[in-house]
Design a protein around this ligand. Sequence first.
Ligand code: SAM
Length: 345
Amino acid sequence: MAVPGKVAAFRLPPLPTVGEIIKLFRLKAQKQLSQNFLLDLRLTDKIVRQAGELKNAHVCEVGPGPGGITRSILSAGVEQLLLIEKDARFIPGLQMLSEAAPGKVRIVHGDILTYKMDKAFPKHLKKNWEDEPPDIHIIGNLPFSVSTPLIIKWLENVSKKDGPFTYGRTQMTLTFQKEVAERLTANPGGKQRSRLSIMSQHLCTVENCFIIPGQAFVPKPEVDVAVVHFTPLVQPKIQQPFELVEKVVRSVFQFRRKYCFRGIETLFPESGRLKRTEQLMMTANVDPTLRPFQLSMSQFRNLCNTYRKMCDEDPSLFPYNYREELKQKKMRNLLKPTSQTEQPE
Ligand code: SAM
């Protein structure tokens, strides 16, 4: 669990307010880029406190925009702050902040989805994976269209110990649409239990810290927002390659309202499907009539380990793609209007 840190270890000189910066540089939020700004520094302080103790830490802020969260990070007394912002209009305002905290801020005008973070911090900060997390944090309030693909990419990086996790178990404090945060943290049996719950919780301790109501943002988004804190686990709960876990979990949740065997079947080619599904479920000791959202992490682990063994015995299994087979079958059945092939949800 993240231990909330202190803010205000460093005093910024008097500056225009974030609202004044927005006016000064004409930073009207662009709807097509889903830009929603936080102007209340008590709230940005609260987000930054969720990251833990930041005094002398190295922080990467993604999507700083007009710089509300940036000010709170600087006030926490960080050693270095790397800012990655895609929209060039924000750069002059960020430069003003950089001048107010000499030698601390590095600004990159770039896209976080392609930015390589494996060399972004000094080498001496590297920690062994089994040690305490390094003094490196990622913090960001990104558009929802970016934060979900980004967390999937970062979870893959956690699993491979590359990207930002070259330095060890780097912690992340990020915002998500409230419903996505609920999926990330959902327990077995919960309404929101999904692929995202398994993929995140098998690799990280995931904590839903608090909700920010939509009206706290300017302009106000349609939805509420949640702050989520991630700490990579020393031992992943499923010790198999990311791609294999992803394939099993995606297959299980393919038919989320049906019995779980229905999704698991899709791991296997049509010939021998039933036999192999039975073999997998029996060896993994999973009741085929459970619904996908009822499966526990250890049941997912058993499924992944058993599927791995089956793939090792028959290397043609892992590349098998159910949707591809379905597509080819559809092509063949094109002239048969009574085809009853069931569609994934
Ligand atoms: N952090 C600011 C705040 O809380 O007020 C701005 C938040 S706004 C929701 C998202 C910010 O992320 C914008 O400044 C936007 O330009 C930036 N952004 C969007 N996509 C990005 C990407 N792919 N890489 C880096 N920054 C991005």
